[in-house]
Design a binder for this molecule. Structure first.
Ligand SMILES: Nc1nc2c(ncn2[C@@H]2O[C@H](COP(=O)(O)OP(=O)(O)O)[C@@H](O)[C@H]2O)c(=O)[nH]1
Ligand SMILES: [Mg+2]
Length: 383
């Protein structure tokens, strides 16, 4: 197989180039928009780059064919033993070939990744690789490295610690947190959590409610608008009973106002919302109606860090119909690659409220410390 990249202002021109050079049977493996200009081609003109492949006949091997299908064995006259042996042999050969292909693909993808930066100092390549391994998007990783590149001179390039410090500072500055506001209020603060099923909304509310009641000595109330998944209401009811925290279950948007006014003596009211798939737009509209009745002070979009970036962005898009003003990340304990978190933060310009780091109520929750989160995003052997 022959692989080659073509760059042109339009996809049509790129494909024409490909066909001219590789012939009509070449195929496009990958296409992406790139910018021509700065050190990493950031600030220039947008171009289309395609990676194309063409199958080329292999040189004739001096060894007998390993392809069982082309061998001239007459299976009708063979014994079962021979068949089994051949079968085992073909499986082990296949495994070996898959391994070879995998190695080759990973080598090729490495080459493609670093191809456009042959002059990048070694330590910057090292840091770039680390970011990519932690699943930071290539676009963001390159931007970060480019920013650092501008700040370095002379011997700085040999100082990996300095480079890492600059990187952490840059990432940390991208992480916005909610400023602390402990001003006394005359009415309860209402805090709603929204997000898909299973991301940890109810568990997070249990943690926050318990901490505020037991440690901060606040008067805490709970409202559940989880009306069609009975078990979910039960989960919060059981918790409310154990923690001795009042709970109101609300069935229609109109009941929201009453529920809040019945809890007017509380300082904090946590609102648990229906967990449903983000694909269920009518349900999301229903939650929107419930929340619009009271306009909560805080609405946190809860995102599980175990989800893939594409799925997270899908959640973000669908929940965009509800007004929210915070992001809350859960299940940090279940992932080692926090690169997606950086993508979410840079795309959705909303501050982060809490990080949930496990199933234990109330311990596994913390306020966001940007420096610590930045280290978690770049961690592994460097830190
Ligand atoms: N590992 C881990 N599990 C969590 C975390 N938060 C919640 N869970 C678990 O995720 C599951 C779903 O949580 P739940 O609060 O019911 O999600 P909801 O549907 O959004 O209300 C439960 O088993 C929780 O114990 C977390 O930060 N880490
Ligand atoms: Mg729930």
């Amino acid at each position: 197989m022959r692989i080659k990249k073509f760059t042109a202002p339009t996809m049509k021109e790129a494909i024409a180039q490909m066909k001219k050079e590789l012939g009509d049977d070449a195929v496009v493996l990958k296409s992406e928009k790139i910018n021509k200009g700065g050190i990493f081609d950031f600030f220039g003109k947008e171009l289309i780059e395609i990676t194309a492949a063409k199958d080329e006949p292999k040189a004739k091997s001096p060894y007998p064919s390993r392809n069982l299908y082309s061998s001239r064995i007459n299976f009708n006259t063979n014994t079962e033993g021979i068949k089994k042996e051949l079968n085992d042999l073909s499986i082990s050969m296949l495994k070996e070939e898959i391994k070879e292909i995998k190695n080759e693909m990973s080598r090729m993808s490495d080459l493609l990744k670093y191809r456009d930066m042959p002059n990048l100092p070694e330590n910057l390549i090292l840091v770039l690789k680390q970011l990519l391994e932690n699943e930071v998007e290539e676009r963001i990783a390159k931007k970060l490295i480019e920013g650092i590149h501008y700040q370095l001179k002379g011997d700085d390039y040999n100082n990996l610690k300095l480079i890492l410090d600059l990187l952490l500072k840059k990432i940390s500055s991208l992480i916005k947190v909610v400023p602390e506001n402990n001003l006394p209020r005359s009415e309860p603060k209402t805090i709603a959590l929204i997000g898909p099923t299973g991301v940890g909304k109810t568990t997070t509310i249990a943690k926050l409610a318990t901490k505020n009641k037991l440690i901060n000595r606040k008067k805490v109330g709970l409202i559940s608008i989880d009306t069609f998944r009975i078990a979910a209401v039960e989960q919060l009811k059981t918790f409310a009973n154990i923690a001795e925290i009042p709970l109101k279950v609300v069935y229609t948007p109109d009941e929201m106002i009453n529920a809040v006014s019945e809890m007017k003596d509380m300082e904090l009211i946590y609102i648990d919302t229906t967990g449903r798939s983000q694909k269920d737009t009518p349900r999301l509209k229903e939650i929107k109606k419930f929340l619009e009745m009271i306009h909560p002070d805080e609405v946190h979009l809860v995102i599980s860090m175990t989800s893939k970036l594409k799925d997270i962005m899908d959640v973000v898009e669908k929940f965009g119909i509800i007004t929210y003003n915070r992001l809350l990340f859960t299940k940090l304990d279940e992932t080692t690659n926090l690169g997606a978190a950086l993508s979410v933060i840079t795309r959705i310009k909303k501050p982060l409220s809490y990080l949930s780091t496990g199933q234990n109520v109330p311990d596994d929750i913390e306020k966001v410390n940007p420096d610590k989160l930045a280290r978690m995003m770049v961690r592994r052997e460097f830190l």
